[in-house]
Ligand binder design. Sequence first.
Ligand SMILES: C[S@@+](CC[C@H](N)C(=O)[O-])C[C@H]1O[C@@H](n2cnc3c(N)ncnc32)[C@H](O)[C@@H]1O
Length: 254
Amino acid sequence: MAEIAEHVRRNRAHWDQLAPQFVATGERAWARSEPSWGIWSVPERDVRMFPDNLAGADTIELGCGTAYVSSWLARRGARVVGIDNSEQQLATARRLQRQHGLNFPLIHGNAESVPYPDGCFDFAISEYGACLWADPYKWVPEAARLLRPGGRLHFLVNAFLLTLCVPAEDDSAAGDRLLRPAFGVYRVEWPTDDSVEFHLSHSNWIRLLRRSGFEIEDLVELRPELDATTRYPYVTLEWARNWPSEEIWKARRR
Ligand SMILES: C[S@@+](CC[C@H](N)C(=O)[O-])C[C@H]1O[C@@H](n2cnc3c(N)ncnc32)[C@H](O)[C@@H]1O
């Protein structure tokens, strides 16, 4: 059996442990038919995370967690595959599949190395999934391999500016000061837990996406609505109304 990379092993343990805290969010999101995105639940109409006309499209969610995004794809008539590194997260996803009568493949695995042939998907999506927790220099080329020419990759991550402003030591919220250098940001380990995240500057995302065979179609900086709320302590509504706290990258396979 292939050896599991250190960050994948650590993130698997992290997410297996965190999974119970994501059950209620997963249940609520599965119950909604209208998608909304990120920590502020920004409505789909404002950001167009899904391409038009998904009926019959082959789609994959990279780091699907409880798979509510996959459920929204399936309800739009797409053929869906979800892959996730955490068996515990997938256990919730499987229970919700049964509850909602929706059935699609859920694979326990690493989005850096997906057990599907080249060019068999039209759309790949990730919302705080592999796009945050997997090595971008591995999962982006892997997404390019999986997509057909013209296929799309859309992913949502913390905005780079927020990553520079979030205090590392505790759960306090980002302020209006840059707390770390922008150059060299890549693998990020917060002292508060044992997980490993990956963050890139905009220029490094652009270079990586283009080098991997993508054209960039859009970069959407999310602005929450005036009455939006979040369960996450690391950013306030006031901050997120002033500066981008989340961003969506949209790219198309050449
Ligand atoms: C925050 S959840 C994303 C799901 C959902 N969209 C959400 O926001 O709750 C992050 C998920 O990424 C998964 N993940 C982390 N590293 C991964 C990897 N290398 N390959 C596949 N999934 C991974 C975790 O197991 C976890 O379920």
